[in-house]
Design a protein around this ligand. Structure first.
Ligand code: MN
Length: 416
């Protein structure tokens, strides 16, 4: 019968981000890493909520440990999604999650997003999860080599997360555990900065899990530390093995290092999460387009505003007033020069573009916007969250709009 001999976990803000939106949970037999995303600290709420839901354990419902673990991940998705649609500041927030549960003979893993699970066994370092990321899909389709994917500017764009949609597909797998196996769960702040082969060497050569964990975080920071870095490591042993304890003890209660157990220090406590929920104003749910993964975002309106929701119309009152004020210069034919507002949207070819002006077309067919800059990205390359947050036609300054477009092109906008 398996149990966890020791574990070590660490999270680090990295060198570039101001906040740490990663969260983790480590209490034998359950280990979790979550990497949150979303503006205004919503990422912290998302990853903290995932960890909070999972920290309650698997319960004793029906089904295998793997099924119950995946069901918990599904519950976490529901919770995060509900929070995101009842609070406008949190619209589109999301998180990855990679969770591992050590059972009697197997280690079950449930995962969504691009945080990973690895196993080191007899010197072989094996990845147990498939990233739900744009580049990994390209690799599967043969459009990119794994090497190219590692260096791709869009490598942190994920295609699946907890939160953006009401339902999520959870990947799950169980692997036979063996005494001596070392498992690593990590956020992409590690794997986007440090090549997998190097991660393998560090874990293989470390004298202890603690050395391995510290060295991994150091390596990610030495490589630039562009993202939050979280590592959770645990090693298996046999209950009847070197430890000499009796097999009659249930494995869930014989974690020798339980005193190290803690929630990630940067994860919000459940009280904080609850307080945040309580403080949320009762606003109507966001438009489906803001959270739907498959739906394309509205393009700059082309005269047809019939399908706009209530919220959409309310949002247009401001610009409409400006439209009226602008009518005089428009008639003079010089309105573009006076338009100091910009917005992000998509052009007729489905490319993400920066538009100058107002996202509005006058009844006479006069567009109040013009394409200022077309990025090399198509809408499909953006995550649901990015589409929801960036292409909402919010009016921005020129620098702000161009900067966002540039960061998108460089793949720097995951803010996870
Ligand atoms: Mn990350």
């Amino acid at each position: 019968m398996l149990r966890v001999a020791e574990h070590f976990e660490r999270t680090d803000t990295g060198r570039q981000r101001r906040a740490n939106e990663d969260a983790y949970f480590a209490r034998s037999p359950l280990f979790v890493v979550a990497d949150g995303m979303g503006g205004a600290r919503a990422g912290e709420v998302a990853s903290g909520t995932a960890v909070e839901v999972l920290s309650t354990g698997l319960g004793d419902g029906p089904g295998s440990a793997e099924e119950r673990l995946a069901a918990r991940v599904g519950e976490a998705n529901t919770r995060i999604h509900e929070l995101s649609v009842t609070d406008r500041d949190r619209a589109g927030m999301g998180t990855t999650v990679t969770a591992a549960y050590v059972g009697e003979n197997d280690v079950s893993i449930a995962h969504v997003g691009d945080s990973r699970a690895y196993r080191l066994r007899d010197g072989d370092f094996e990845r147990l999860t498939h990233d739900h990321s744009l580049v990994e899909e390209f690799v599967r389709q043969g459009k990119l080599t794994p090497q190219e994917a590692d260096e791709h500017p869009q490598r942190s764009i994920i295609t699946r997360a907890l939160g953006p949609e009401a339902e999520v597909e959870v990947d799950r797998v169980s692997v036979r555990g063996r005494p001596g196996d070392v498992f690593l769960l990590c956020s992409d702040g590690l794997t986007s900065m440090v090549a997998e082969a190097r991660v393998a060497d560090v874990v293989r050569e470390a004298r202890s899990l603690q050395d391995a964990g510290r060295a991994l975080v150091e390596a990610a920071n030495a490589a630039g530390g562009r993202d939050n870095i979280t590592v959770v490591l645990f090693r298996l042993e046999d209950v009847d093995g070197a430890g000499g304890d009796h097999a009659t003890q249930p494995h869930a209660t014989v974690d020798r290092s339980s005193e190290d157990t803690m929630l990630g220090t940067d994860a919000p406590t459940s009280a904080e999460v609850r307080a945040a929920v309580a403080a949320a104003p009762p606003v109507p749910p966001a438009e489906p387009a803001a959270v739907g993964g498959a739906r394309r975002l509205p393009r700059p309106p082309r005269g047809d505003t019939g399908d706009r929701g209530r919220r959409g119309r309310v949002r247009w009152v401001g610009p409409l007033v400006v439209v009226l004020v602008l009518l005089v210069p428009i008639l003079g034919g010089a309105y573009l020069a006076t338009q100091a507002v910009y917005f992000l949207g998509s052009d007729d070819q489905g490319a993400v573009a920066v538009f100058q002006g107002l996202p509005y077309r006058l009844p006479a067919g006069v567009d109040l916007y013009r394409t200022e800059y077309v990025t090399g990205l198509s809408l499909d390359q953006l995550s649901a969250r990015q589409r929801g947050q960036l292409l909402d036609h919010k009016l921005r300054s020129h620098d702000d709009a161009r900067d966002l477009a540039r960061q998108l092109e460089l793949g720097q906008l995951s803010t996870r």
